[in-house]
Design a protein around this ligand. Structure first.
Ligand SMILES: Nc1ncnc2c1ncn2[C@@H]1O[C@H](COP(=O)(O)OP(=O)(O)OP(=O)(O)O)[C@@H](O)[C@H]1O
Length: 216
C-alpha cells in the first residue's frame, strides 16, 4: 500500500502555527506536486507526512542528508540499511558486497555519474549531491516517494530526465516543487499550499500555469 490518508496534521514553531490543521489523502498511483511560495509550509508538510509513514517511504529531504565523509556508495546504500541484518551492514561499511556495488553503480549510471561511486560525498557538486540523494531514494525501492525540491540544483534537461525517472520508478509520490512547469508535466495532481493550508487541490490536466500563479 503506497497511498495514505492523514487528517489533523499540524505544526508550530515557537508557538506559531505554520501548518494546519490540514488533511491530505493520496491514492496509490497518484503523483502529487506540492506548490506554493517560499515559507508556505511545503517542507514542513513533507516532514509531517514522513513522520507518519516512515519506513513505507523513500525520502529526499531539502538538505539531502548526505554523510560527507563517506563515499557515494555508502550514502546510496544507506537507503536500504533497514532491509539488512546489522552484520551485513557492518561488513558493507568496510568491504561492500559486489552485488550491492553493481546495483549502486547501475543506478549512478542512470543518473549520469557512474564514475563517482567511490568519491566522498564532500567532493561533489550541488547537482551531484542532489542526484546521490535521489539514488538513495531509488535504491530503497519503496512504492512511495516523498521529495522536497529534488531537482532544484539540476540544469533543465537533467531536471526533466530525473523527474521522468522518479515518475516511472515510484508508484506514488508527493514532491515539493517550485517549478510549476515541471509540476504540471510530471505530476497528476497539484496541491497548492498557502499559509499552512491547502489553497488548491486539482488534477494537473485541468490546470495551466496561470491557475497556479495566484499562490505566489
Ligand atoms: N525549524 C524551524 N524553526 C522555526 N520556524 C520554522 C522552522 N522550519 C520552518 N519554519 C517556519 O515554518 C514556515 C514554513 O516553512 P517551510 O520550510 O515548511 O516552507 P516551504 O514552503 O517549504 O518554503 P521553501 O519553499 O522556501 O522551502 C515558515 O514560516 C518557516 O519560517
Amino acid at each position: 500500500m503506497s497511498g495514505f490518508d492523514l487528517t489533523g496534521l499540524t505544526a508550530s514553531f515557537g508557538g506559531e502555527r505554520v501548518i494546519g490543521p490540514l488533511s491530505l489523502k493520496v491514492k496509490k498511483g497518484e503523483k502529487i506536486a506540492l506548490v506554493g511560495r517560499s515559507g508556505a509550509g511545503k517542507s514542513t508538510l513533507i516532514r509531517l507526512v514522513y513522520q507518519e509513514v516512515k519506513s513505507l517511504a523513500s525520502l529526499v529531504p531539502q538538505d539531502l542528508g548526505l554523510v560527507n565523509a563517506l563515499p557515494v556508495f555508502h550514502n546510496v546504500y544507506m537507503g536500504r540499511l533497514d532491509a539488512n541484518p546489522t552484520w551485513y551492514n557492518v561488513v558493507s561499511l568496510m568491504r561492500p558486497f559486489s552485488r550491492d556495488s553493481r546495483e549502486v553503480e547501475d543506478l549512478l549510471s542512470e543518473l549520469g555519474m557512474p564514475e563517482k561511486v567511490w568519491i566522498p560525498a564532500a567532493s561533489l557538486s550541488g547537482g551531484q549531491r542532489q542526484r546521490v540523494a535521489i539514488a538513495r531514494a531509488l535504491y530503497r525501492k519503496s512504492g512511495l516517494l516523498l521529495a522536497d525540491e529534488p531537482v532544484s540544483a539540476l540544469d533543465g534537461p537533467m531536471a526533466h530526465q530525473i523527474m521522468g525517472l522518479l515518475k516511472a520508478r515510484f508508484e506514488t509520490s508527493v514532491i515539493a516543487l517550485h517549478d510549476v512547469e515541471l509540476a504540471l508535466a510530471y505530476c497528476t495532481r497539484i496541491v497548492g499550499i498557502q499559509d499552512g493550508h491547502v489553497a488548491l487541490d486539482e488534477l494537473s490536466e485541468k490546470l495551466t500555469p496561470a491557475d497556479i500563479m495566484p499562490l505566489y
